[in-house]
Ligand binder design. Structure first.
Ligand code: UDX
Length: 436
């Protein structure tokens, strides 16, 4: 099939490339000329494991194309996916900013030829697909098209695997004709017995928010349980196992940490709160998860302060990991971007390392932070080390060497990578999150 992908950000590039890998003929469109020029040269603007190889393969085999020109990409397309950004609005009120979606709809309308399904891939509030339909109808009254919603559930750092082996695919359509086009696109998946949940457009749009909000609630829940564990002398790792083995609860997303971050959970929880408010309702449990997440980051600042003997003034901290999670260079809403400025403000000095995120981190973190080439350099003469993001290379640290390098052997493990008993026996003053 001929597919056009508008937007070569994270979701657009991964989805477009994976559709090409399915065997479809895919053209990815973006307004930013430099981005398209570098993609044509095989340079990928983001770090996502395996993506560069898959792009190169599909470009080489002639199924994946890049252009800035909608007139070139739209007419032949049987389906056009809109995967442009929907950031939180600049007003800071939690509403999703749909400017890019609507301008994509307006611009593609004139080029439509023959029956086309326009699919919202971006996470958008309920009702957006109908607006897209209205805009296209106004711009091109003779166009033959349907709109659909096909939310994306892939995780950064595991995007290709998540796309190729999803738990389910959700499609929201108005009629059988559009449904069939989407089913044909995903055929390679349901040959692998991936369930397709086919529903109306509004339900598909809301499903994405519900999934992300539920996961955010789950993380905030375990983070609060970690706090209670610390207070009563219980162990959250065993507790998570104890509840997670109940099939109704499930063992995933029960890892306490410094708070969730990233491009989805913070933005989508706020947007869902706004969606509910707009119709006079509320999602109080989501509001609570958002509050708990802010409090968790503040608690981490206090935890670090306490481990430094009550004040961070004049102390040097080694920070391992800056991105919001491992296997990405993404710094959006990373807990580090809240926690580190709070420490600097109170007079700490920070030496930080991240395997992939330093360039991005420089855009999000205060300029005083010193970036170093590896974990050991960060620990040299530091008054303590904070493990902020659980990159694999920090799971296999030479701990004796770290202890020798540190001025005082303080280890603050915000991802519970290490076992408290082992760390104590190695001579560290160690704390995790909610560990006994
Ligand atoms: C998420 C959703 O998982 C995905 O389905 C959606 O499409 C986009 O948002 P992503 O943001 O890439 O994906 O990362 P994810 O692995 O879900 O982690 C999000 C945040 O939660 C990270 O900051 C991570 O560190 C944190 N997290 C996750 C925890 O603190 N504990 C956990 O148990 C799991």
């Amino acid at each position: 099939m001929n597919i056009t992908m508008i937007g070569t950000g994270y979701v657009g590039l991964v989805t477009g490339t994976c559709f090409a890998e399915f065997g479809h003929n895919v053209t990815c469109v973006d307004k930013i000329e430099e981005k398209i020029a570098s993609l044509k040269n095989g340079q990928i603007p983001i770090y996502e494991p395996g993506l560069d190889t898959l792009v190169a393969k599909n470009v080489g085999e002639g199924r994946l194309h890049f252009t800035t020109d909608l007139a070139e990409a739209v007419p032949e397309a049987e389906a056009i996916f809109i995967a442009v950004g929907t950031p939180s609005s600049r007003r800071g009120d939690g509403y999703a900013d749909l400017t890019y979606i609507y301008s994509a709809a307006r611009e593609l309308a004139a080029h439509l030829q023959g029956y086309t399904v326009i699919v919202d891939k971006s996470t958008v509030p309920v009702g957006t697909a109908r607006q897209v339909s209205r805009i296209i109808g106004e711009e091109n009254p003779v166009a033959s098209f349907d709109v659909a919603s096909n939310p994306e559930f892939l995780r950064e750092g595991a995007a290709i695997n998540d796309f190729m082996r999803p738990d389910r695919v959700v499609i929201g359509v108005e009629n059988r004709k559009a449904e069939q086009v989407l089913r044909d696109i995903y055929k390679p998946l349901y040959l692998r017995e991936t369930p397709i949940v086919c529903t109306d457009i509004e339900t598909a749009e809301l499903t994405k928010y519900a999934a992300n909000a539920f996961l955010a609630i789950k993380i905030s829940f375990i983070n609060e349980m970690a706090t209670v564990c610390e207070a009563v002398g219980a162990d959250v790792a065993a507790l998570a196992k104890g509840i997670g083995m109940d099939g109704r609860i499930g063992n995933k997303f029960l890892h306490p940490g410094p708070g969730y971050g990233g491009s989805c959970f913070p933005k989508d929880t706020l947007a869902l709160m706004r969606i509910a408010q707009e119709c006079g309702e509320s999602v109080r449990i989501v509001e609570a998860a958002v509050e708990v997440n802010a409090a968790q980051k503040a608690r981490m600042v206090k935890k670090i302060r306490d481990m430094l003997g009550g004040s961070e003034a004049g102390k040097t901290l080694a920070v391992l990991g800056l991105t919001f999670k491992p296997e990405t260079d993404d710094m959006r809403e990373a807990p580090a971007a809240t926690i580190l400025p709070a420490l600097l403000e109170k007079g700490a000095r920070i030496k930080a390392h991240d395997p992939k995120g330093i360039e991005e981190a420089k855009k999000y973190l205060p300029p005083e932070i010193e970036y170093v080439a590896n974990a050991y350099e960060a620990c040299e003469d530091a008054d303590g080390v904070v493990l902020m993001t659980e990159w694999n290379q920090y799971r296999a640290l030479d701990l004796e060497r770290i202890r020798e390098l540190l001025r005082s052997p303080v280890f603050i493990d915000l991802r519970n990578v290490y076992e408290p008993e082992q760390m104590h026996s190695l001579g560290f003053r160690y704390t995790g999150v909610g560990r006994k």
